[in-house]
Every structure is written in C-alpha cells, then in structure tokens.
Ligand binder design. Structure first.
Ligand code: AMP
Length: 217
C-alpha cells in the first residue's frame, strides 16, 4: 500500500507513522528526518538544507525531489511506503505522481491529520529530545523526572532549533500556504480521509486502521 500522511508540523504524523509502519510492514519515509540527519552529519546536502530548516522554510523542490526519487526507486519501497512530510506543495504532488507512473504505481490513500494551532504550539513548543538515545519528552504533557535529563539514559535533553516559538509559527504559516492545494488535489481524486489528530495515538492508530480496512472492503 502506498500512503501519504498530510498534516501540519506537530500533528503527530511521525508518531503515528512509526506505529503504522510496523503494523503494515512498509517503510516510514520522513523527509524531515532524512534532512535532519543530513544536516547533523554535515554532508553537502545537509549544509545546503540547514539554513532553510532553521528558518522553518521549505528546502528547494529540486533538492527534495532528487532525494525522494532515489528513495521511491529503492528496493525498500517495492512493497509500498508511508510518506510523512512529502509532498509538501502542489508541484511536489505532481512530481510524485510522475515518479510513480514510471513504475506503474500510484498513491492509494492520503490521511489528513486535523489539529488546532494551539495544540501544535503546545506539542512542539514543549518538545524535548534526548541527545543520547533520542527519546521524546514534553515539558507540559510528558515531563522528564529530572529537569532536562533523560529518564532512560541520563543524557541532556534539548529543544530542536526549529521548535522555537517563532519558527513553529512560520512552519505553520508555510504549511497552510503550501499544503492546502495538495489537500485539494487528493480530495478531488477521492483519496483524502480526515482524522482527528488531537486524540491519544493508540486511538488515532485504531481509526486509521479502520479507514484502511474500509478501503479494502
Ligand atoms: P518536518 O520535520 O517534516 O516538519 O520537516 C522539517 C523541515 O524539513 C521543514 O521545515 C523543511 O525545511 C524541510 N522539509 C521537510 N520535508 C520537506 C519537503 N517535502 N519539501 C521541502 N522541505 C521539506
């Protein structure tokens, strides 16, 4: 199955994608994770995209399309994939269809994560990541036992640079401007399904699995 998860930053797509990926046994392709890894490793791609990411702007289409063409063609994606963070604008959606057409594939379903701006600000503004094991915490909803220290490995917790308040607001603005036409595009094809993304992740997973099941029937 070829799936796209659509939704603003902080809508919980990443968390759900990990759960869904192991349930469906298809790879979770997160463009944000791929680019962050490149930026942290200081590769030439990473150096190119870092300034855009730090401001909450989209990286140039040509750059992300090259990355995704290679991924979609890889053997890992032969049985299907779960896209998280791509396509992010109308042009990317058209290019994705083109990439898939070459291998006689298409997008089966697009799940849109509905969430309020307030909820996003709380989720991302409070998010803390462990510098050692990568575990997630949240100042408001899932605080660590000791301030800024990981409960699991004791390493220092940090805030992602793009989770700063002004960057979150810009990421939301960019999302709304760029992703609306993508939503419309898939809605017109009858592929878009909406879910309430403010619920508990286990409930969201259940709802998404129900939606996928109803498509099969
Ligand atoms: P995310 O974790 O999905 O919010 O992505 C973090 C950052 O990576 C975004 O703010 C963009 O700078 C960049 N990015 C991720 N996916 C894309 C994409 N499909 N097109 C352009 N830039 C992207």
């Amino acid at each position: 199955m070829n799936l796209v998860l659509l939704g603003p930053p902080g809508s919980g797509k990443g968390t759900l994608a990990k759960l869904l990926s192991s349930q469906l046994n298809i790879p979770h392709i997160s463009t944000g994770d791929i680019l962050r890894e490149e930026a942290e490793s200081g590769t030439s791609l990473g150096k190119k995209v870092k300034p855009f990411m730090e401001k909450g702007e989209l990286v140039p289409d040509q750059t992300i399309l090259e990355v995704m063409k290679e991924r979609i063609r890889s053997s890992e994606c032969q049985k299907g994939f779960l896209l998280d963070g791509f396509p992010r604008n109308f042009h990317q959606a058209l290019e994705l269809d083109d990439m898939l057409k070459n291998s006689t594939k298409s997008i089966d379903m697009v799940i849109k994560f509905d969430v309020s701006d307030d909820c996003v600000l709380k989720r991302l503004g409070g998010r803390l990541i462990c510098s050692g094991c990568g575990a997630d915490f949240n100042r408001y909803t899932k605080p660590p036992q000791k301030d800024l220290m990981c409960d699991f490995c004791g390493s220092q917790l940090y805030q992602r640079p793009d989770d700063a308040q002004e960057v979150i607001l810009n990421r939301l603005k960019v999302y709304k401007e760029q992703a609306m036409p993508v939503e419309k595009y898939y809605n017109n094809q009858g592929k878009l399904r909406r879910i309430n993304a403010e619920l508990d992740p286990s409930l969201i997973l259940k709802n998404v699995l129900n939606i996928l099941q109803s498509k099969k029937e």
